[in-house]
Each structure stands twice: as structure tokens, then as C-alpha cells.
Ligand binder design. Structure first.
Ligand SMILES: [Zn+2]
Length: 334
């Protein structure tokens, strides 16, 4: 639809350009003929003023045909409150703006309200989405090696203890559990089923076992929450990691990337923290063992005195969880 209208504009643009481009050699005569050209295009505009037909009650496909025939653009908006008994273009138009009878110029837009697609409805925040939250690490690491992915020869420690606040001395596993618990509350308030990989610090759950929890839960998203550390105490900001493509992640790489973009953007906005970007990783066991879309938020640097204090503050934890929740819900409703 939009393409058709663009094409129409492109054509008239081409005509004008051609008239001017064709004129350089015979400079004066074409310029003299310019006034004759202008009224023609005005006439065309007048001729293109169209009355919007009634499309409420028709299928989206029928409405699109009717509206494109008269040269107006169509935008659709899904009403998630209305269950769809049909999919795609077979959905019946529930509303239109502007209403039937309105006179519009060519290229104007008519906005149609249609029922939400069933897959969107199923993922509505109030419906049956499942999110698994993994607060990173635990009070004591376990350096026993485990394969970095199913069938891998390469091994990494089951789970490490994480980093510690440079000023507060608060350990990463404690801070990320607090943030995770806040996020859980927010998602549940939105009607999402939340499964936590751990609710206390004194556990021993390896990275592959955390991914297995997400797989068994059939999670729509597996959200891993960590804090960063660096020898350079000036390093600051939030990065969001997602599985890059490798022998294990082919099916989850793309949806994970989309989820990471949603969550990262929202968290950076809610916290005002510096963005270190969205980063593909192929070396993390927790990603390689996951069969569901997954991401990992590095919420800030415990090695940075300012961010260390922020990460322990309930207010800042609230901002982090708020951003994550809105990014997750946006992804689930996509
Ligand atoms: Zn960590």
C-alpha cells in the first residue's frame, strides 16, 4: 500500500525532474512552459481528492483493496482486547479513522483497528507468557567443569562466585538477586508467570542447570541478571548480551537478539546509565544450553565506585527492574 503511494509520488517527481532535466540544452523554452505544468499538477491533486469509503465490518484484505484503489495509505492497529476469530488479512476491521465520508487528498492515511493476531494475544502480558529469571552466580562458586554446550569437549566451571562491590563490598550474587526479585514482582503484576532459578544465595546450580530450568519451563524468555567488574574502575554502563550464532544457538539467536534490543533500550532509558551496547556472545554456557530465547543484562560495574553504590540502592534497583520489565513485556507482545 505504502509502496504504491510512494511509487505514485516517485513518478510525479520523475516527471517534474525529467521536465527540468530535459531543459538544460534548450534553456528558455521549457522554463516558459513551466506555468502550464503547475496548474496540471494542481488539477491532478484536486482530481485525487477522495471520499473515504465505509470499511468497518469488511475484512482487512477487502479494506486494503478499497483504500489502495483510491490512493490512500493504510495503517493498522491491533486491539488486544478483542479476540480474533480469523488471522492475518481475514480479520474484520473494527474501526476506521477518519470515518466514512471524509474527503481526503491522495497519499493521506486511514488508520484501521483490527483484532490482535492470535499469536500476539497468546503472548499478551495478561495471558500465558512464562519468563525465567536467573540471578547470576551464588554465594560460593563451583569450579567443577561442565561442557560449554551439549556434546562439547570444551569445559568451563559450573558456576563462579561473581564480583564484589569495590566500595560497598556487596557481592554480585546478592545485588542481582535483589534486582531479580524486584523484576519478578513487576512481571507478575503484569500477569506473566515467573520462574526463578534461585531465590536464595546458598545454592549450587550450574549455568547449564539454570538453562535447563528455562527449557523445562518452556520459557518465552530466559533473563539472566549480572553485574560487571573490571580492573579499570572508570569503566561504567550497561551492556546486554545475547547468544551469537553457533552450533547450538541457531534457533534462538534471532529472537534473543530482538529481546536484547528491547530490554537494553528500555533499561538504558529507565536508568539513564551509559549504554555499552547489545553484544553477541558464543562462549557462555548459560546461552549454549538454552533452547529458549535468552539474554543477559550486565546492570553496571561493581568495580566503579559510583555504580557500585547505585546498584545497592533500592531506588536504582527499581529503575533497573522497571526498564527490564517494560522491555520484556514489549518483546512478549511483539
Ligand atoms: Zn556475573
Amino acid at each position: 500500500m505504502f509502496t504504491l503511494v510512494l511509487a505514485a509520488f516517485a513518478l510525479s517527481g520523475t516527471d517534474v525532474t525529467a521536465g527540468r532535466a530535459g531543459s538544460p540544452r534548450a534553456t528558455e523554452p521549457p522554463l516558459a512552459s513551466q506555468p502550464a505544468v503547475a496548474p496540471t499538477s494542481e488539477e491532478t491533486d484536486t482530481a485525487r481528492a477522495v471520499e473515504v469509503p465505509q470499511v468497518v465490518g469488511k475484512t482487512l484484505a477487502e479494506a486494503q483493496v478499497l483504500l489502495s484503489a483510491i490512493g490512500v495509505c493504510v495503517e493498522t492497529e491491533e486491539d488486544v482486547a478483542v479476540p480474533a476469530d480469523a488471522v492475518g488479512d481475514a480479520r474484520v476491521v473494527l474501526g476506521q479513522n477518519p470515518p466514512a465520508g471524509t474527503v481526503l487528498g491522495a497519499g493521506a492515511t486511514v488508520r484501521l483497528t483490527v483484532p490482535a493476531a492470535p499469536d500476539t494475544l497468546g503472548r499478551d502480558a495478561s495471558a500465558e507468557a512464562v519468563v525465567v529469571i536467573d540471578p547470576g552466580h551464588q554465594s560460593r562458586g563451583d569450579s567443577t567443569p561442565e561442557p560449554v554446550g551439549p556434546g562439547a569437549d570444551e569445559r568451563k566451571p559450573r558456576v563462579t562466585g561473581g564480583t564484589t562491590g569495590v566500595v560497598t563490598r556487596v557481592p554480585e550474587y546478592e545485588v542481582v538477586l535483589q534486582i531479580s526479585t524486584n523484576l519478578k514482582t513487576r512481571l507478575e503484576r503484569a500477569g506473566i508467570t515467573v520462574v526463578m532459578t534461585r531465590t536464595t544465595n546458598d545454592v549450587n546450580i550450574s549455568n547449564s542447570e539454570r538453562a535447563a530450568i528455562a527449557n523445562e519451563a518452556g520459557a518465552d524468555l530466559f533473563v539472566r541478571i549480572h553485574a560487571d567488574g573490571n580492573v579499570d574502575s572508570t569503566q561504567a554502563g550497561i551492556s546486554t548480551l545475547y547468544p551469537g550464532e553457533n552450533r547450538w544457538t541457531g534457533l534462538i539467536a534471532a529472537p534473543s537478539h530482538r529481546a536484547a534490543l528491547f530490554v537494553h533500550e528500555a533499561v538504558v532509558v529507565s536508568t539513564g546509565a551509559a549504554s555499552r551496547g547489545v553484544v553477541a556472545r558464543t562462549d557462555l554456557s548459560g546461552f549454549n544450553w538454552s533452547r529458549v530465547p535468552t539474554l543477559l543484562v550486565e546492570c553496571g560495574f561493581l568495580s566503579n565506585p559510583v555504580e557500585d553504590r547505585l546498584l545497592s540502592s533500592p531506588h536504582y534497583q527499581d529503575k533497573l527492574a522497571e526498564g527490564m520489565a517494560s522491555g520484556i513485556i514489549a518483546f512478549l507482545n511483539e
